[in-house]
Design a protein around this ligand. Structure first.
Ligand code: CU
Length: 375
């Protein structure tokens, strides 16, 4: 008993409010919404049936996750939608026949709810954390119109290939409140990249929420030897539509500004995918675009339950850089593509989480709900 109460005291003093509700309920916390009610599928409209109801399975995890629900409407973003929400901007054709893809991004200060009842004073791109998951195709010309409507200087620093004057650092696209800057460069190399603010202090600007995925799909015409693979990665092709693709950014939040995170998540809201598992149709392949932006902790990881995956480090190759692994690690700004399938599995709930157990307990855990497709 003494050990248990010591454990609670340590958690509450170090980690603050997150576990407060759990302690008050004596470890038998009940949450608000119906478990497993709003699962989300990947591309398309595949409906599902035949899966065992996940309620009992989820209920078993209730004593391990946050109590209550975050108000997604007030936040203005919903992790269950965000996971398949790609921002493709607007497209036009340049005089030389190339595609010009334009994105509009605005920096705004915004208070967001990261766990039930826990508000965080974020700095955001387009009002969401992570910022929009930008998606373009290799070889296009990109124009990113960036407006700073926030209270501090900000920038967009892209991981990609571009000129020094487009780098999003002080003197090259770092702008004050009320200002605007247009970044322009070609989309290359193909891969799973990211962007983030590069204002100082850097760790504060990143940690406040200024980051997002920047995915460049390979152009099949440039990769004739692996054109099929490239087409499967290219958003909008029939080959790509077969895949269930998910955008995941592993992040963390320092709610008391002591240079340590109190809450961890993938796509911001603690335990969002425990309460609303991500639906996967069993016989279709899965691809995750995964990035780690966690500040203050040196490393993060992704572990998939009951399965193994192929991994493409930074997504810049069309053949895997790691094969048949069930865990990968990422330092800050590291990212990659995971590919796997549950086609030979039973339907049911399969967990994914980092293998830093503390992150898991503090919000970064989720479930895939593997279901049969309806013919
Ligand atoms: Cu900033």
């Amino acid at each position: 008993m003494a050990e248990v109460s010591m454990w609670f005291r340590e958690k509450i003093s170090r980690r603050g409010l997150l576990w407060g509700g759990l302690a008050a309920a004596g470890g038998s916390a009940i949450a608000g919404t119906a478990a497993g009610q709003s699962v989300h599928s990947g591309h398309g409209t595949t409906s599902a049936a035949g899966a065992a109801p996940p309620q009992a399975h989820l209920a078993a995890h209730r004593s391990m996750i946050t109590v209550g629900d975050v108000d997604n409407e007030r936040n203005g973003f919903d992790p269950s939608r965000m996971v398949t929400d790609w921002e493709t901007g607007s497209v036009s054709t340049l005089p030389d026949g190339r595609i010009l893809r334009t994105f509009e991004i605005e920096a705004v200060d915004k208070e967001i709810e990261i766990a039930p009842g826990i508000m965080f004073p974020a700095w955001t791109y387009n009002g969401r954390v992570p910022g929009p998951a930008l998606r373009a195709t290799e070889g296009e010309h990109l124009r990113i119109v960036f407006r700073n409507s926030g209270s501090h200087p900000h920038s967009m620093h892209f991981h990609g290939i571009h000129a020094a004057r487009m780098d999003g650092v002080p003197g090259a696209g770092l702008i004050g409140p009320g200002e605007e800057f247009v970044y322009e460069f070609d989309a290359r190399p193909f891969g799973c990249h990211l962007y983030h603010c590069h204002a100082l202090p850097l760790k504060r600007h990143i940690h406040k929420g200024m980051y997002g995925l920047f995915v460049i799909d390979p152009d099949p015409a440039r990769h004739p030897e692996l054109a099929d693979v490239a087409r499967s990665r290219l958003l909008g092709t029939p080959e790509n539509a077969e895949w269930q693709e998910f955008a995941m950014v592993m992040n963390g939040f320092d709610t008391n500004f002591d240079n340590g995170n109190e809450v961890y998540a993938v796509n911001t809201v603690a335990h969002a995918y425990m309460k609303r598992p991500i639906r996967i149709v069993r016989n279709r392949p899965v691809r995750i675009y995964l990035a780690n932006v966690v500040e203050f902790d040196p490393i993060n990881s992704f572990h998939l339950h009951a399965n193994f995956f192929d991994y493409f480090e930074q997504g810049t190759t069309l053949t895997p850089t790691l094969r048949t692994v069930d865990l990968i690690t990422q330092v800050q700004a590291q990212r990659g593509i995971l590919e796997f399938t549950y086609k030979d599995h039973e339907t049911g709930l399969y967990m994914f989480h980092p293998h830093q157990s503390e992150f898991t307990e503090l919000g970064w855990t989720g479930m895939f709900d593997v279901v049969e497709a309806v013919a």
